[in-house]
Design a protein around this ligand. Structure first.
Ligand SMILES: Nc1nc2c(ncn2[C@@H]2O[C@H](COP(=O)(O)OP(=O)(O)OP(=O)(O)O)[C@@H](O)[C@H]2O)c(=O)[nH]1
Ligand SMILES: [Mg+2]
Length: 445
């Protein structure tokens, strides 16, 4: 695919810095520089991937000293001619250079447009394009590793493999429909069903990584829950390392929920401090408590904080694998009636129990639902939605087959599944199928 226009953008964050990078992509990436770039250093002609020092100037004179790197199509990020200009990182300087480039006939790039061009030019598939954003947004090492794996194409390769198996399976069905009297021997009945089941299996394995993908991208939703004044906000502040939430000895201090992400052994943990749960006639506090309960419902993990120095109150302890019971205020002593509980002993004031809490969170996360040990593949919500459709259609296809429906039904369902899988990597191509039918069966020999 070739684009006629050349796009330009400041690729580094807006603000003051030592350097900034302005990027151009498109057929005129190099020629727009001619009137505004002067270089005395040899070679004057741009050699791909070689840096040239020079000056950007306008009619009034020098704007900045810059380094220019040229990447010749198709060997560039976007697959087009790309030019990167490193200039000084002042807000005004970068803006002036960009303005000159826009005046010279380039267009301001839309968000993500360089990566979009890379995708449309076949440099990367859709999952890799998404991984670029995951990589930029990664907040922990594990999240970064997962993004890198996806960028390297692990998910894309697995999906390509599934797609090829699907194509072959579909080719068997269609060959049977279109050429029933030919001397060919496509899989039918049990053999065909086994193929479909194998595909379902592979989709299931991918779908099982959705939880881990969500946690790596958005953090483990961890709600700090408990009665007023037990030290929930103190815990948030301690884990964050700074005073984010107001702490006071007045019960009912926290009204709204407060969210911050921390890193526990590589797992991004989204901590949510909540209003202390109790029945209240105060309108604001009641609203806070309503929000607390809503957060608890959506939580991946609940840290239930209690005042360990006092006797257990009559309250509901979240006794499941997705909760950690934290006995705070240990410095004031632990009430003997807590001894029967499996809990983390903690003190916000004395900062004790942190390692035990980290371990407890780690154990919960590494437990059943969310397995983070292997981050080679971790699908996102879009992938999950497509793959779920693919799975349902495969199941429907298998059912049609078992019920002895005409193979046309099976074919329609498998085609739907193929499209849904293709959508994940951004590939839907009916030509593939024809190619597969003729290469697999040598019809007309
Ligand atoms: N002795 C002792 N006091 C603590 C500890 N943790 C918190 N506190 C005190 O307990 C009081 C309440 O702390 P907060 O963190 O505001 O409690 P909270 O659970 O957020 O309270 P609400 O927002 O009202 O629900 C404050 O005076 C804290 O200094 C602890 O480990 N030991
Ligand atoms: Mg609070």
């Amino acid at each position: 695919m070739t684009f006629e226009d050349t796009i330009a953008a400041i690729s580094t964050p807006i603000g003051e810095g030592a350097l900034a990078v302005i990027r151009l992509s498109g057929p005129d990436a190099l020629s727009v520089l001619t009137p505004i770039f002067i270089s005395s250093s040899a070679p004057k002609k741009f050699v791909p991937r070689r840096v040239i020092f020079g000056r950007i100037h306008d009619v009034a004179g020098k704007v900045d000293e810059v380094l220019v790197t040229y990447f010749q199509a198709p060997n560039s990020y976007t697959g087009e001619d790309v030019v990167e200009i490193s200039c000084h990182g002042g807000i005004l300087v970068t803006r002036r250079v960009l303005d000159l480039l826009l005046l010279a006939g380039t267009r301001m790039a839309n968000p993500g447009e360089f990566t979009q061009r890379a995708f449309l030019n076949g440099k990367i598939d859709l999952t890799q394009a998404e991984a670029v954003m995951d990589l930029i947004r990664a907040q922990t090492e594990l999240a970064l590793r997962a993004a890198n794996e996806q960028l390297a194409g692990h998910l894309g390769n697995e999906l390509t493999g599934i797609r090829e198996l699907l194509l072959t399976t579909l080719a068997h069905v269609e060959a049977y429909i279109d050429f029933p009297d030919e001397q060919i021997d496509p899989d039918t009945g049990k053999k065909l069903l086994d193929r479909i089941l194998a595909l379902e299996n592979r989709l299931d394995r991918l779908l099982a990584t959705a939880d881990q993908g969500r946690v790596l991208r958005h953090g483990l939703r961890t709600v700090i829950y408990g009665a007023p004044n037990v030290g929930k906000s103190s815990l948030l502040n301690l884990l964050l390392g700074y005073d984010r939430a107001i702490v006071s000895e007045v019960p009912g201090t926290t009204r709204d929920t407060i969210e911050e992400v921390i890193n526990i052994r590589g797992i991004p943990v989204r901590l949510i401090d909540t209003a202390g749960a109790r029945s209240s006639s105060d309108l604001l506090e009641s609203e806070g408590i309503r929000r607390t309960l809503q957060q608890v419902k959506q939580a991946d993990l609940v840290i239930q904080v209690v005042d360990g120095s006092k006797a257990p109150m009559d309250f509901e302890v979240f006794d499941n694998r997705n909760s950690v019971l934290l006995l705070n205020k240990c410095d004031l002593g632990i009430h003997p009636r807590w001894s029967q509980w499996n809990a983390v002993w903690f003190s916000c004031t004395e900062k004790t129990g942190l390692e035990d809490l980290n371990q407890a969170i780690w154990d919960r996360v590494m437990g059943e639902a969310v397995k983070l040990a292997d981050v080679r593949v971790a699908i996102n919500a879009r992938h999950q939605a497509c793959l779920q459709i693919a799975k349902e259609l495969l199941v429907a296809g298998g059912r049609s087959l078992q019920e002895g429906k005409s193979p046309e039904f099976v074919s329609i369902e498998l085609r739907g599944a193929l499209d849904a899988v293709g959508e994940v990597i951004g590939k839907i191509d009916p030509e593939d199928l024809l190619g597969r039918i003729f290469s697999e069966f040598c019809i007309g020999k």
